[in-house]
Design a protein around this ligand. Structure first.
Ligand code: NAP
Length: 443
């Protein structure tokens, strides 16, 4: 990316916004299409949207995505609205047209575009929607605008479902109502926040659905939620939330730049983001697995799990305490059991402990569901990364020569990994990007 005086600024506003995947998606599109734009994330405090939008006008920022909690404020503050934004009551993309701000909502068409990619048509379908929050409202409008024959809105707080249904009824009479079950539905969409980073599901009665029902989740982290896994096991077709995320971004990108990313470019984004299999990072202690893992998880909008943290939580004590109580062998048993559990996860980034490779069974069980990536580095970086860290019993009071010996002894254990990335001279973010590139090449 070559930033110069003509580079056009784009970005996303939200609070918080540091976890946003939008800069990743948009900058990849900018790179792929060779455009002179730059996309950044701007933390804007609740209530500060009037100033943020004035700043957009003053600085000539061409386009802003809008995320929680500003979508409704943006709806009120834009000069003009597109039909989706007007119908949904929320704006997730603002285009600055010489000081006049146009508000759009690309969540609804993004959801529909994602279904289309999967060959799923909405027209004439009996649909059921779980949730009545902001995203559910966008999905509901998308479904009704695209010809769903009926829409049942099912929500934990029934009054909220009734309010949304009666609002939509005015525009789509006779097709939408609040309900308490999804019996016979041909399309079931989860638009609640349940399933995000948890093993809960908002629904499990798959037997009541039509036999050819398509089950969609707009939650994209993890890639396969418990809700989708249950549907798949019940023999139903499933669609995950990453597609909606990619298409709403691609549509906003077109609004900002006037260029629609071609099919191949969007498919390349899918290859990079549609991480159904988890990625497990292995490598010697201090090679940077956790730092790289966090970057990687953010870049892929995936859940990050540190295996040592998982073990500590499971055991209810710190790693030095576990070593003291049950010895290294006892710790490795606990680690193997934890790894077997984590290998069931989909679409997560898992940073393994440095010694996890010592047992072949760990890597074997991980490789069933994950790509196992070895991060390689040299003794110098290991020593720098672990200086002053007292939580690693095996490195305590070791000389550089002893560490080098330990590293050399571990070398044969990494042969079973799917791929190796050298992190000796790269920052965690650069190493994470190299992993994404290598994995994308494996598709
Ligand atoms: P929101 O406005 O806060 O609404 C949350 C919804 O989830 C409400 O219907 C709420 O029910 C329900 N809910 C929360 N906890 C629940 C529980 N324990 N049991 C049952 N229902 C529960 O959130 P939102 O903005 O609509 O976002 C919802 C989800 O959509 C998030 O996970 C978000 O990441 C995802 N999303 C994905 C995309 C994408 O591109 N794939 C785009 C937008 C949003 P009550 O009314 O009873 O509280």
């Amino acid at each position: 990316m070559n930033i110069n005086a003509k580079t056009v600024p784009l970005g996303v506003v939200g609070w918080p916004v540091s976890h946003s995947i939008s800069p990743e998606l948009h900058n990849r599109l900018i790179d792929a299409l060779g455009l002179n734009y730059f996309y950044s994330a701007y933390p804007v405090q609740p209530g500060a949207m009037p100033q943020a939008l004035d700043g957009m006008r003053a600085l000539g920022i061409r386009g802003l995505n809008v995320t929680v909690p500003h979508k409704e404020d943006a709806f009120r503050l834009c000069d003009r609205l597109d039909a989706y934004a007007a119908g949904i009551g929320a704006v997730n993309a603002v285009v600055n047209d010489n000081g006049r701000l146009w508000g759009y909502n690309t969540d609804a068409p993004g959801f529909i575009a994602c279904l289309r990619r999967e060959g799923v048509s909405v027209a004439g379908k009996r649909a059921a929607l779980l949730g009545a929050g902001g995203a559910a409202r966008a999905v509901a409008v998308g479904l009704l605008q695209n010809g769903a024959a009926e829409l049942r809105i099912i929500n934990r707080t029934r009054e909220r479902a009734e309010r949304l249904a009666s609002e939509l009824c005015a525009r789509f009479p006779g097709r939408v109502r609040a309900a308490s079950n999804a019996d016979g539905a041909e399309l079931l969409v989860n638009a609640t926040s349940v399933g995000m980073k948890s093993s809960e599901t908002p629904f499990s009665n798959y037997g009541c659905l039509s036999g050819d029902c398509v089950v969609c989740d707009i939650v994209y982290c993890p890639r396969e939620t418990v809700f989708l896994k249950g549907a798949r096991k019940a023999g139903l077709r499933t669609v995950g939330g990453i597609g909606m995320l990619i298409y709403q971004a691609a549509l906003a990108f077109e609004l900002f730049t006037g260029i629609a990313p071609d099919k191949e470019t969007v498919e390349e984004l899918f290859r990079r983001m549609e991480m159904k299999r988890s990625i497990a990072l292995t490598g010697f202690m201090g090679c940077g697995k956790s730092a790289v893992g966090r970057e990687l998880a953010q870049m892929c909008a995936a859940e990050f799990i540190d295996c040592d943290d998982y073990i500590v939580k499971k055991a209810g004590m710190s790693i030095p305490e576990i070593f003291e109580k049950v010895g290294e062998e006892g710790f490795r048993d606990l680690e193997s059991r934890s790894i077997a559990e984590l290998s069931e996860k989909s679409g997560a980034v898992i940073a393994l402990g440095g010694g996890a490779v010592l047992r072949r069974e760990n890597i074997d069980s991980l490789r069933k569901g994950c790509r196992v990536v070895r991060i390689k580095t040299d003794v110098g970086k290991v020593l720098r990364n672990t200086a002053g860290d007292r939580s690693r019993p095996l490195l305590r009071d070791k000389t550089p020569e002893q560490v080098a010996e330990l590293m050399a002894a571990r070398e044969p254990y990494y042969q079973n990994c799917d791929l190796t990335v050298d992190a000796t001279h790269t920052l965690p973010r650069e190493t994470a990007a190299a992993i994404i590139d290598k994995i994308a090449e494996m598709y």
